[in-house]
Structure formats: C-alpha cells, structure tokens
Design a protein. Structure first.
Length: 237
C-alpha cells in the first residue's frame, strides 16, 4: 500500500514521540538523533513516493532486438529469461571476455543478491547477463559458491549494447534493466540511469536507492563509504 502523504503524521512529531533511549546518552546526542530520525522518516517516505512514481511509468519501448543467450541449461532467447514470470530484471555483469577477472564492485553486489535470489525469484525473474562464454561464467559461479543466481552469456552482444551494458567505445558498465511481459508483448519498464553524468561532486556514480547492501551498511557508520576503499574479489593477499 502506498503511503498517503496528506494523512501522515508529521515526521518531526513521530521522531519526538519515539521512546527509544540508550544508556548514558547526553541531551545533546538525543536532540541531534531526534532531528536525524525526522530526516530518516522523511527519506523513507520519499523513497516510497519515488517507488510509486516508478510503478506508474507509462509503457516503455517494445523489445525487438535479436537477443541470443546461453544459460547453464542451454540456448535461450529473450522470452525464455522470463520463465513463468511477467516481470524480468536483468543485471549486466562487467565480465566480458577481455577481462581476466570480473568487476569486484559487480561481484560484491551479486554476492549479496545471491542470498536473496531465491526469494526474489518467487516474485519476478532475476538473471545476470555477461559477455564471457557460459563455461567461464559457470566456473566463476562455482568458485564464488553461488547457487541461486542464474547466469547467461550474451552470445552476440546485442542485448549488452542496446541496454547499455556495453558502451560504443567498448567499455562495460553495470546496467540494471527491468522488463515486462503483458498480453504477449515484451517492453522495457525501467533502467537505472544514474551514471557519471548525474553524479554529484566527490561521489562515485550511484543510484537511489543504492542496490548494494555493502554501501547501505557503511552509510550507517562514522567512517561512511570513504573516498578510496573498494571491495576486492578476495582478501587473502
């Protein structure tokens, strides 16, 4: 159910009425925390409004490309990616054949999604598309211990080019696209369009909400995301 902003209790009032208090906190801390809580409530409400606006988008463009994939069970066309679901979410993994190893940032995100993939698949079809051969993707999946994510190789690169996983200069970007299948017609529904051109000064490109749990957790800490730290593929070295 979407929140009705005209009937909501003001965020400041909800924050002031919050009964939570922690041992030995100062009056200064509580005043600042109450002000922050009001902002957090407003942020939650704004996210709800944005989600409602996203759901209300008019129909997107019809999908017409020659998209051919290979999954762990064999060849697939675009409609096959939906399975029995009316909605399909596709993450473009930065793991093209020219890379020795995949993008660490993508891998961190997908590692978190792996834990939720079985739940997500109850509602929609979630797949990961990369341009490396399927045998290479399967080997990497086994190395990471992933069991629930469904990986597909983009055999001709057409999907990656058309939906911005592969730029005209040949560079890869981590695209995320959602598609619908209604009355036999497949359409593009939404894509994360926030890139370097929309980033604020001093920030890496990011969407809102951020789809990576890593950064959401770090945002709750005094250290924050930092300016020069990024996840690695392993921490053995």
């Amino acid at each position: 159910m979407d929140a009705k902003t005209e009937t909501l209790i003001p965020a400041g009032q909800l924050a002031r009425d919050n009964p939570v208090r922690f041992r030995n906190e100062s009056a200064e801390y509580r005043a600042a925390r109450t002000a922050l809580l009001a902002e957090e409530i407003e942020l939650r409400r704004h996210l709800e409004r944005v989600a409602a606006q996203r759901r209300a988008l008019p129909p997107g463009g019809e999908v017409e490309g020659d998209y051919r994939f290979e999954g762990e069970t064999g060849p697939a066309d675009f409609v096959d990616l939906f399975g029995d679901k009316p909605t399909l979410a596709v993450y473009s993994y930065m793991f093209g054949p020219e890379r020795e190893r995949p993008c660490p940032m993508c891998t961190n995100l997908l590692g978190a999604w792996e834990g939720a993939a079985a739940d997500i698949d109850q509602r929609i079809s979630l797949v990961v598309v990369a341009r490396s051969p399927i045998a290479r993707l399967v080997a990497w999946k086994q190395e990471r211990g992933w069991k629930n994510l469904r990986l597909y190789s983009d055999l001709n690169g057409s999907y990656s080019r058309d939906y911005f996983g592969l730029l005209p200069d040949g560079s890869e970007v981590p695209a995320f696209n959602v598609f619908t299948r209604r009355d036999g017609t497949i359409r593009h529904f939404w894509s994360g369009e926030m890139s370097g051109s929309t980033a604020d000064p001093g920030q890496d490109p990011r969407g809102a909400p951020d789809l990576a749990p890593l950064w959401n957790v770090l945002d709750t800490t005094p250290e924050g995301r930092g300016k020069d730290w990024y996840p690695k593929l392993d921490y053995d070295a």
